[in-house]
Design a protein around this ligand. Structure first.
Ligand SMILES: Nc1nc2c(ncn2[C@@H]2O[C@H](COP(=O)(O)OP(=O)(O)OP(=O)(O)O)[C@@H](O)[C@H]2O)c(=O)[nH]1
Ligand SMILES: [Mg+2]
Length: 305
């Protein structure tokens, strides 16, 4: 895949912050699109496409009004279509519970899907104490899940806890998201030992049921620690063990052996159903020293209740 076929899209304040973080973290030049009603989100956006959903009179957002954001997003469909023209994969990042992300994310996902792109969404649910926002977020999530091929549901509480453990503020605790986006883009872009492409991704996301993504890393001689790191994902509760299909990308430094790839792949597939379909990819990246990173896309997950 070429970089221009991949678009990182941030919707709303949190989504835009994450998209900018992912952009500076990724070595590739995948496109970036920022969508918000609040101009602050566009600061420091290096070469990104910008869609401004606000008007001069209300530059402070869509005031927690998702329908307004949705309507304005719809008004941008021609422009969005132009941006989406070369795009095959959209990685959509958003925080739900406010106006812009909740209202515009699913509408943008719809436009992206209509233009033929595969849409992988990462959506954070509000803090548990934010009851009203959680209600608003649920509706936005439902619509996003309905449209996107994959919706990874994050918990802001978990994300914030991890950020705190690393001495960061919760808004900055986006390392996990950056890692996921970077890993995903590398999976599809660089030539590897065993190559994965968009067709493999499509084969997995076409499965019935829920889907999600994990990313984890650790020492090459300690596959168990890599699995554990992946299981630390700040996801909302979801039992990934029942997944019926899985794409696993193993990425390591110059010294990575096929034996190590095998051991890591085995420990990940052991956690799944016996008859799960597994697609494996592997690659060497010179910047990974004494570390293996695994990105997995799990699908066909049956709701647990
Ligand atoms: N506690 C707390 N939570 C926040 C804050 N800002 C954002 N959040 C959380 O993050 C979610 C998404 O927020 P934003 O990305 O800022 O929302 P938005 O999409 O820009 O929506 P609007 O600004 O209302 O148009 C919210 O629903 C909250 O759960 C904050 O300052 N404090
Ligand atoms: Mg905002």
């Amino acid at each position: 895949m070429d970089a221009e076929q991949i678009l990182i899209a941030g919707v709303g304040g949190l989504g835009c912050a994450w998209a900018k973080g992912a952009q500076s973290r990724c070595s590739s030049d995948a496109g970036v699109l920022l969508i918000d009603a609040d101009d602050v989100s566009f600061e420091g956006a290096d070469g990104a496409h910008l869609l401004r959903l606000g008007h001069t009179l209300d530059s402070v957002g869509c005031a927690a009004l998702p329908p307004l954001a949705e309507q304005r997003m719809r008004g941008y469909s021609a422009l969005a279509n132009t941006i989406l023209e070369p795009v095959e994969l959209v990685i959509l990042l958003t925080g739900l519970g406010g106006g812009t992300g909740t209202g515009a994310a699913h509408e943008f996902a719809r436009q992206a899907r209509q233009s033929g792109a595969l849409v992988l969404a990462v959506a954070a649910m509000p803090f548990e104490v934010q009851a009203t926002r959680t209600e608003i977020a649920r509706l936005g999530l439902q619509r996003l899940e309905h449209i996107a091929h994959v919706t990874v549901r994050l918990s802001l509480d978990r994300l914030a806890r991890q950020a705190r453990q690393q001495g960061q503020t919760w808004q900055m605790g986006a390392e996990w998201i950056e890692d996921l986006v970077d890993g995903l883009i590398r999976t599809l872009m660089k030539m590897g030992l065993i190559n994965l492409d968009l067709m493999d991704l499509r084969a997995i996301v076409d499965q019935e049921g829920e889907a999600t993504m994990l990313v984890g890393s650790g020492r090459p001689d300690d596959p168990e620690s890599i699995l554990q790191s992946a299981m630390m994902a700040p996801l909302s509760a979801l039992d990934v063990g029942g997944a019926s299909a899985c794409l696993i990308q193993v990425e390591g430094g110059l010294g990575m052996t096929i034996g190590q790839v095998d051991a890591v792949a085995n420990i990940f597939t052991d956690a799944l159903d016996d008859d799960a379909q597994v697609i494996l990819g592997a690659r060497v990246s010179e910047d990974l020293e004494d570390t293996i990173r695994v990105v997995t896309l799990l699908a066909g997950i049956r709701p647990s209740d």
